[in-house]
Design a protein around this ligand. Sequence first.
Ligand code: EPU
Length: 337
Amino acid sequence: MLIQEHFSLRNHNTFHFDIYTDFFSAPQNEEEIIEVLSDVRITDQALFILGGGSNVLFKSDFKGLVLKPNIQSIKVIDENENSVWVEAGAGIDWDHFVAWTVEQGYYGIENLSLIPGNVGASPVQNIGAYGVEVMDVITQVNGIYLDTLEPFSFKNKECKFSYRNSVFKNSLKDKTIITSVQFLLHKQGELSTDYIGIKEELENLGELNLANLRRAIINIRESKLPDPEIIGNVGSFFKNPIVDKSIADKIIAKYPEAPHYKVSENELKIPAGWMIDQCGWKGKTIGNAGVHENQALVLVNKTGKAKGEDILQLAKKIEESVKTEFGIQIEKEVNVI
Ligand code: EPU
């Protein structure tokens, strides 16, 4: 049964909202995807392509088809003495893929350990953490156009990657389904340990190597970020805003300890989590929705009974406080459906 009707998405969104979709399908290859999209029951329906459900907030039940590509293969497509080209299916759990690369001794995505979601979603918002972004290692993204059902292959440049952004969130939004992603990884390499906290964590683990760096990243993430299996969340709820230097300078004059990163000559990035924390939100709860105790950028389904609206109301209050205190309008990172 390729298409299921009136299907609960509770286990397919990491907020664990108990919401339903009219139709659901998790096809395992390109042929099945085309078969589902050609089915007469759904040709006029709204369509939503779901990855790991770790970056979406459903406001209510979904009227239409939720399609979750479940392509699971990992293939080495080319290699030489130093490098390896790997193609991974869209449905593979991102962290399983990272674990596999580390086991093989392939360098490149170890800093992206434990990010929730699937391989197919990783290019959409150009996932990043601890000094590495997935755009650094993606060589090609393969998929199918939803209107013509024709295949496409985009090289890295054509994906127009930037901070938490790509062509798949802009001109191609809702127009494609990603089926696999190709990565260029290396058989030896430099480990990226400059992000604050990594070196300290590594000291407790002994030798600096690929497996220990993965372990260090996992330890850091587990100490700051809640496990969605235990408490529903979507990681960073907001993006870190990029602001004009003049605005950043005023903030730094008032808060000399404010963390900030240079983006260009005239722009700086100020962590939204820090601003939300300064506004006193860390650990606060309103009804069923809350702000995580260890990382104010993360909103949580505190009681397990929250609905999309509960989280959105809390988010609105947080946006207002940050605007009042810092004069900055922060934007959501999560995809609201
Ligand atoms: N900070 C606070 N209070 C907080 C949270 C942060 O003062 O409640 C301060 C920290 O002390 C630090 C700075 O803000 O000085 C930055 O915090 P952190 O290193 O935790 O990173 P972030 O900017 O809040 C980003 C990504 C995360 C990623 C981390 C590590 C975004 C929107 N988020 O968070 O990504 O794991 O860096 O690289 O860019 C995700 O996208 O789901 C995610 C978790």
